[in-house]
Design a protein around this ligand. Structure first.
Ligand code: ATP
Length: 325
C-alpha cells in the first residue's frame, strides 16, 4: 500500500506545449490509484501564496490538445529564499499535500532539490521545456512542437525567399542551447546554422555562402538567439557588409515557438511521463527527473539533470554542412 495520499502538481519556469497533457496524465493516473491531486497555480509562487485547488477528472477534460498550461506558470524569487520555501512548506502541510510532481526545467528542479533536502518531501520532476537541454531524456516535453512550429514558419519564409531570390536570417529561441536551431535547421534544409555550442566563424560562413550554388535562389540561415556572433540583426549587418548584392532579410520567430497545440509526439511523451511520475512516487522514488531514453523510462537525480547539455551531436552539425551544398 502506497504512503502517498495527496500529490501536489505544479508547472514552473517557461511554459511548453504538452504541459497540459502531462497534467492530465498525472491527475488521471492518481485518480486511477485512488490518490488525490491538488493543483497549485503559478508554480512556486502560487505554492507560497496558497493558490491550491482539488483536481478531478473534469479539471483535465479537453486539455490534451491545448498549448500553455492550465496551472499557469511563474518565476518566483521568494522561493529562492529559506523563508519563502518555509511558507511554501507550511501551505503544503495546511492542504495535506504529501508529495509533489513538478513540471519544468533546470531552475524548477534546482528548487525541488533544495526543498527535498530541507523538508524531506518526495518530489519527482518532469522535463517541460522547449529547449531540450536537460540531461536524462532524449526529448523534453514541448521540444517536438517547438521545432515543428519553426519548420512550419520557415517553410513559409522559404516560399517568399525563393520568389524574390532573398537570403533570410531566421532567429529561433535558444539563449544557451542551439538544439531548436539544429534540428529545425536540418528540417528546413538551412544553408547554415549558428548555435551557442559551437564558435561561429563568420569568415567560414562567408566562404560557404560564396561557394554555394549560384543557381540557388533562396538561402536560409538559422541563428539561435544566444549565438556568439549575436542575434539575427547583428549577423545580417555583417552579411550585408560583405555581400551588398544579396537581398538580405531578417525574421525573428519569437514567442510563437512556445505556443500552439502539442504534436502527437509531445502528447505521448507527456502522457507516458505523467503515468510514470505517479507510479514512481507510489514506489517511493524521489529527487529525480523522469525522462525517456532509447524508448525506455529513465530516472536521473535532479543534481545531474540540471547540468546543461553543453555539446551537440557533431554528426548532426555535419549533416547540415553536407546537405546544404
Ligand atoms: P525554463 O528552462 O523553461 O526556463 P526553468 O524551470 O529552468 O524553466 P527558472 O525560471 O529557471 O525556469 O526556474 C523556475 C523557478 O524555480 C524559479 O522561478 C524559482 O522559483 C525556482 N528556482 C530556480 N533556481 C532556484 C534556486 N537556486 N533555489 C530555489 N529555487 C530556485
Amino acid at each position: 500500500m502506497s504512503e502517498i495520499k495527496n500529490i501536489g502538481l505544479i508547472t514552473s519556469g517557461g511554459d511548453a506545449p504538452g504541459m497540459n497533457a502531462a497534467i492530465r496524465a498525472v491527475v488521471r493516473t492518481a485518480l486511477y490509484y485512488n490518490i488525490e491531486v491538488t493543483g497549485i497555480m503559478r508554480g512556486y509562487e502560487g505554492m507560497i501564496n496558497g493558490e491550491f485547488f482539488p483536481m478531478n477528472r473534469k479539471s483535465v477534460s479537453n486539455i490534451i490538445q491545448r498549448g500553455g498550461t492550465i496551472l499557469k506558470t511563474a518565476r518566483s524569487e521568494e522561493f529562492k529564499t529559506k523563508e519563502g520555501r518555509q511558507k511554501a512548506f507550511d501551505q503544503l502541510q495546511k492542504h495535506k499535500v504529501d508529495s509533489l510532481v513538478a513540471i519544468g526545467g533546470d531552475g524548477t528542479f534546482t528548487g525541488a532539490k533544495i526543498f527535498i533536502k530541507e523538508f524531506g518531501m518526495p518530489i519527482l520532476g518532469l522535463p517541460g521545456t522547449i529547449d531540450n537541454d536537460l540531461i536524462g531524456t532524449d526529448f523534453t516535453i514541448g521540444y517536438d512542437t517547438a521545432i515543428n512550429t519553426v519548420v512550419d514558419a520557415v517553410d513559409k519564409i522559404r516560399d517568399t525567399a525563393e520568389s524574390h531570390d532573398r537570403l533570410f536570417i531566421v532567429e529561433v529561441m535558444g539563449r544557451d542551447s542551439g538544439l531548436i536551431a539544429l534540428r529545425s535547421g536540418i528540417g528546413v534544409g538551412a544553408e547554415a546554422i549558428m548555435i551557442p555550442e559551437s564558435k561561429t566563424d563568420i569568415n567560414a560562413l562567408f566562404k560557404r555562402l560564396e561557394k554555394g550554388r549560384k543557381d540557388k535562389a533562396s538561402k536560409i540561415l538559422i541563428v539561435a538567439e544566444g549565438d556568439d556572433a549575436g542575434g539575427a540583426f547583428e549577423v545580417a549587418e555583417k552579411v550585408k557588409e560583405k555581400f551588398p548584392k544579396y537581398d538580405t532579410r531578417v525574421s525573428i520567430l519569437g514567442h510563437i515557438q512556445r505556443g500552439g497545440s502539442p504534436t502527437c509526439m509531445d502528447r505521448v511523451l507527456a502522457s507516458r511521463l505523467g503515468v510514470a511520475a505517479v507510479e514512481s512516487l507510489m514506489e517511493g522514488r524521489k529527487g529525480e527527473m523522469i525522462g525517456v531514453c532509447n524508448g525506455k523510462i529513465h530516472f536521473t537525480p535532479f543534481k545531474n539533470a540540471i547540468k546543461h547539455i553543453s555539446e551537440v551531436n557533431p554528426s548532426l552539425l555535419k549533416i547540415v554542412e553536407i546537405l546544404s551544398l
